[in-house]
Ligand binder design. Structure first.
Ligand SMILES: Nc1nc2c(ncn2[C@@H]2O[C@H](COP(=O)(O)OP(=O)(O)OP(=O)(O)O)[C@@H](O)[C@H]2O)c(=O)[nH]1
Ligand SMILES: [Mg+2]
Length: 457
């Protein structure tokens, strides 16, 4: 599956129409294939923009032969050639920027395939960058995260990782670990010389320092995961209390239908929003009530499920109508905030444990956002965490645990036997750290990671 000897091609810009559409070729024949697609006669000059025409043989559906020499010019393009190894993938790369017409872009791809290129798999350009040693696995994962980012904070955390902050942090710990292992191996291998390359006390202290560094990474991990993965918030309550109105107000757009009649919302409506830097998926739900209407009943079921899987429920009540305490029991056990909506109308009651807002006037919305961030314990999100990805967190944790065992073994009075134990645990920790950068990543892990990418990346 991981061949790097053939030449791949894909449309690199998003599907649909746009001002510009880019087709990217990578592989040993990228330059040769590109030259057979364009009118420009000379070889492409590396890293120079060449304005030329895409010239193809007569194409079905492209009006047959227009020129006497049986070729067909289909678009103007700017061609860019990046010779190996100084390219995104580390292979020869050619990018053709055409007009963003799906028809033209597909014709270019089809013609390139005719000339020996192969359609790229999702993420295959980035996979090649990894296999060619241009980037490590955490950086490849950062590319996908950056493209997926929904908030500026997510984008910055991903870009830091792409720039190698995590690679460096892990690399330094790995190097210190390597040094320690080498010295310990020397004293195990040459015990008869009576030469101690590392004293027991020094060994424990050195392991402690490594544990502290991994521990510091893990401290930020919970927030890091929050930044990367975001959270889900369900908006629930009785019919007509203004759930969809609150949803729209938080989403900053009229996504869900709002109407006077109770039972308006029946299905789940979701929207991803940036809430103080946090990626939040808001879920609007059907009003909770007993109903004979089968469709609405299904909606109510979904509303209950949405509450159960969410990190927080905004339980909306109407402050202008009398409140039945029973209503509040409709909310499931998980974390919730009671939101008293329609605060612009004369109040029918008042409670201390609610956040008062008016979805209609926008009053109280900022306070609600703050309360949400507090409820999610996500307040200080301003700085960029280093560890955001569950895969990395699990491996750092594994290394941390292995070092804990190594430390205990180093203090046990077992002579050379305990040194062997210490060594085994230190090797374990190293293996975990190396898997983060992908130095020991099995093929199925790579396949899993790169399947997340879009084609053309
Ligand atoms: N005065 C006032 N009216 C509101 C406010 N929020 C919502 N409404 C009105 O209340 C009615 C119901 O609003 P929706 O947002 O559709 O309520 P819902 O809870 O989603 O209703 P269902 O989907 O039927 O369960 C509409 O007529 C809204 O205009 C508010 O803050 N103040
Ligand atoms: Mg609704």
């Amino acid at each position: 599956m991981f061949s790097t000897t053939d030449t791949i091609i894909a449309i690199a810009t998003p599907p649909g129409r746009g001002g510009i559409g880019v087709v990217r070729l990578s592989g040993p024949d990228a330059h040769a294939v590109a030259r057979r697609l364009i009118a420009h006669d000379a070889p492409l000059e590396p890293r120079h923009a060449t304005f030329t025409l895409v010239r193809l043989p007569p194409l079905r559906g492209f009006g047959g032969t227009r020129n006497a020499d049986t070729t067909n010019d289909i678009d103007q393009v700017v061609a860019l050639y990046f010779p190996a190894p100084a390219s995104y993938t580390g292979d020869d790369v050619v990018e053709l920027s055409a007009h963003g017409s799906p028809v033209v872009l597909r014709a270019i791809v089809a013609a390139a395939i005719d000339r020996g290129a192969r359609l790229a798999e999702p993420g295959e350009f980035t996979l090649r960058a990894f296999l060619n040693g241009r980037i490590d696995l955490t950086q490849a994962e950062a590319v996908a995260d950056l493209i997926d980012a929904a908030t500026p904070l997510q984008a910055r955390a991903a870009f830091d990782q792409l720039q190698g902050t995590l690679t460096r942090a892990i690399g330094e710990i790995d190097a210190a670990l390597f040094d320690l292992i080498a010295r310990l191996e020397a004293s195990v291998d040459f015990p008869e010389e009576g030469y101690h390359f590392v004293e027991a006390g020094e060994l424990a202290a050195a392991i402690d320092r490594l544990i502290a560094r991994l521990g510091a990474l893990l401290v930020g991990a919970r927030r890091g995961r929050l930044v990367r993965e975001g959270l889900q918030i369900a908006i629930a309550g009785k019919p007509n209390v203004g759930k969809s109105s609150v949803f729209n107000a938080l989403a900053g757009a009229s996504r869900a239908i709002v109407a006077d009649a109770p039972g308006t919302t029946r299905d789940l409506v979701t929207e991803v929003v940036d809430l103080d830097g946090l990626r939040v998926t808001l879920i609007d739900t059907a009003g909770l009530r007993e109903t004979g209407d089968e469709v609405e009943a299904q909606g109510v079921d979904r509303a209950r499920q949405a509450q159960m899987v969410s990190d927080l429920t905004l339980f909306i009540v109407d402050r202008s109508q009398s409140l039945d305490p029973e209503d509040l029991l409709q909310s499931t056990d998980n974390k919730r905030l009671i939101v008293a909506n329609k605060a612009d109308l004369p109040p029918a009651w008042r409670r201390d444990d609610t956040v008062e807002i008016s979805a209609k006037t926008g009053e109280g919305l900022d306070a609600l956002r703050t309360r949400i961030a507090q409820a999610l314990d996500a307040e200080p999100l301003a700085d960029r965490p280093e560890l955001t990805n569950v895969r990395h967190i699990a491996l750092v944790q594994r290394a941390y645990d292995a070092l804990g065992r190594a430390r205990a073994a180093s203090l046990a009075d077992g002579g050379s036997l305990s040194e062997e134990f210490v060594l085994a645990d230190l090797q374990d920790a190293r293996a975990a750290l190396e898997e983060i950068a992908g130095r020991r990543a099995p093929d199925d892990l790579l396949a899993h990671i790169f399947a997340r990418f879009c084609v053309g990346k």
